[in-house]
Ligand binder design. Structure first.
Ligand SMILES: *Cc1c(COP(=O)(O)O)cnc(C)c1O
Length: 400
C-alpha cells in the first residue's frame, strides 16, 4: 500500500466522525444489525477499499477474481457480489426464472413464458427489516407457501412443485419458526428429484461451507454481518446459477450493483475470515459475558444466563431476564441503556418475553467494561428513564 494511503487511513481512524456528523457514540451489544451499522469492518477490508478507490479496473475481471475467492471460501463452483443479502436473494431467484436468456432478463419483472413460482415454507417467511416475500417477488415471481406456521410435511412440498416452479428458498435464521419445519436435506431431496434448485438464505450464519455441502444449489450471505466486510451480498454455489444471477445486472440488478471498492472490500473480508483466530475471539467474547454476569449478580430483580446462538453459530449471549416484582420491564431496561451516556444498544427484539440479550460480537477494546459500568449505573438510578429527556429509539420490526 502507498504511504499516503496508509497516512490517510491513520488520519481517518483518529477522527471522531460520529461527533462530526452529530451522531451518538453508541456501543453495540445488539448483534450485527443493519440499523446500527452492521459490524466493525475488519482492517483488511478497509485497506483494500482505500487501495482500490482511486484506481480504474475492468469490473468483469474484478468480479472474476471475486468469484474465485468466494468459491475458495464456500466450496461452491463460483460466486458473485451484489449490494446486500436481500439483493443476493432477489438476483439468485431471478436467475432461476431467466437462466442466461438476456431478453428474459431485460423483461423482468414481466415473467410471461417463464417459470415463476418460488416455494418457501411459511415458517421461513421472515422480515429482516424488509419482507423476504417482497424480496423474492420483486423479480416478478410469486411465492407459493408450503405448510403452516406450525410445521411443514414432505408431501406438502412435493405436491406444491409444478411445471412453473422456478426454485425453493430455504432460510437459516433465528427469526424463522424453529420447530417442525422441513430440514434442508429434506427440501433438497424433494426438490432435486424434480429438478428444482434450492437457494439458502444464510445471511447471518458463520458456516460458509455447510449449506452447499448439505445439498443447496446456491447460498447467499451478507458481507457486512459476521464477515466484517462492506455492505454487500454474496451469492455462492453452482456456476450456471451464479452466472444467471450475475447477468441480472443488465436488468433488475442494476440498482443493486456494487462498485470496485465493495467487491475488493468483501474479497479481503473473506480472505481475513479464512485466517481469523476464531478461538481467540471466542475467549474475548466469553470474558465480556463473565464480566457482565458478575456485574448483574448484585441486582436481585434480574437473573442472567449464557445462551447459545439459536442457529448454532459459535457464540453465546448473556440473557438478562427481569423478574416479577421488579420496577423494570425488559423494555424499560433496554430503553434506559439506549438513552444512557454513552448509549448501550442491547438485543431487544424479545422484550415481550421478559428479557434482553447482550451480544459480545461487536465490541471495541475497553467497551465491555463501559457496558458493565452502564449496566450498574442505569440499574441503580432511582427513577425510570423516561425522565431523561431523550426519546427511546424505536427499532420495532428490525431484528437483523
Ligand atoms: C440480515 C438478513 C437478511 C438481509 O441481509 P442484508 O445483507 O442486510 O440485505 C436476509 N436474511 C436474513 C436471514 C438476515 O438475517
Amino acid at each position: 500500500m502507498q504511504a499516503d494511503t496508509i497516512a490517510a487511513l491513520a488520519a481517518a481512524a483518529a477522527r471522531d466522525i460520529r461527533a462530526e456528523l452529530g451522531l451518538r457514540p453508541i456501543i453495540n451489544v445488539s448483534g450485527t444489525m443493519t440499523v446500527l451499522g452492521a459490524s466493525i469492518m475488519v482492517p483488511q477490508a478497509v485497506a483494500a477499499m482505500a487501495a482500490i478507490a482511486g484506481e480504474f479496473v475492468e469490473m468483469d475481471h474484478l468480479h472474476r477474481a471475486a468469484s474465485k475467492v468466494v468459491a475458495q471460501a464456500t466450496g461452491g463452483e463460483a460466486g458473485f457480489i451484489t449490494a446486500s443479502c436481500a439483493g443476493a436473494i432477489t438476483l439468485a431467484v431471478a436467475g432461476t426464472l431467466t437462466g442466461d436468456r438476456l431478453l428474459a432478463i431485460e423483461r423482468l419483472p414481466d415473467t410471461s413464458g417463464l417459470k415463476n413460482e418460488v416455494l418457501v415454507q411459511i415458517g421461513h417467511l421472515v422480515g429482516y427489516g424488509a419482507s423476504l416475500q417482497q424480496t423474492i417477488e420483486m423479480t416478478g415471481a410469486r411465492v407459493v407457501t408450503v405448510g403452516t406456521v406450525s410445521g411443514a410435511h414432505a408431501y406438502q412440498l412435493d405436491e406444491a412443485i409444478t411445471a412453473n416452479t422456478a426454485c425453493a428458498v430455504f432460510v437459516v435464521s433465528h427469526m424463522t419458526v424453529q420447530y417442525a419445519l422441513l430440514a434442508l436435506e429434506d427440501v433438497c431431496r424433494i426438490c432435486h428429484a424434480k429438478g428444482v434448485p434450492v437457494i439458502v438464505d444464510a445471511a447471518s450464519e458463520y458456516d460458509l461451507r455447510g449449506f452447499l455441502a448439505r445439498g443447496a444449489d446456491l447460498v447467499v450471505y451478507s458481507g457486512h454481518k459476521f464477515l466484517g466486510g462492506p455492505t454487500t451480498g454474496i451469492v455462492a454455489g453452482r456456476a450456471p446459477l451464479v452466472h444467471a444471477a450475475s447477468l441480472q445486472n443488465r436488468g433488475i440488478g442494476r440498482g443493486m450493483k456494487v462498485g470496485k471498492e465493495s467487491v475488493a472490500g468483501v474479497m479481503a473480508a473473506l480472505q481475513a475470515w479464512m485466517k481469523r483466530d476464531h478461538a481467540a475471539i471466542r475467549l474475548r467474547e466469553d470474558a465480556a459475558l463473565r464480566l457482565w454476569q458478575a456485574c448483574l449478580r448484585q441486582f436481585a430483580d434480574l437473573s442472567c444466563e449464557c445462551v447459545p446462538d439459536p442457529t448454532g453459530n459459535p457464540l453465546q449471549r448473556l440473557r438478562v431476564r427481569v423478574l416479577p416484582g421488579s420496577r423494570w420491564t425488559a423494555r424499560t431496561l433496554a430503553d434506559a441503556l439506549a438513552t444512557g451516556d454513552p448509549p448501550v444498544m442491547v438485543r431487544d427484539y424479545q422484550t415481550d418475553l421478559g428479557y434482553v440479550d447482550l451480544d459480545p460480537c461487536n465490541l471495541h477494546p475497553g467497551e465491555a467494561e463501559i457496558v458493565a459500568r452502564q449496566l450498574a449505573t442505569r440499574l441503580r438510578e432511582p427513577s425510570e428513564i423516561t425522565q431523561c429527556g431523550i426519546a427511546p429509539l424505536s427499532r420495532s420490526g428490525e431484528c437483523a
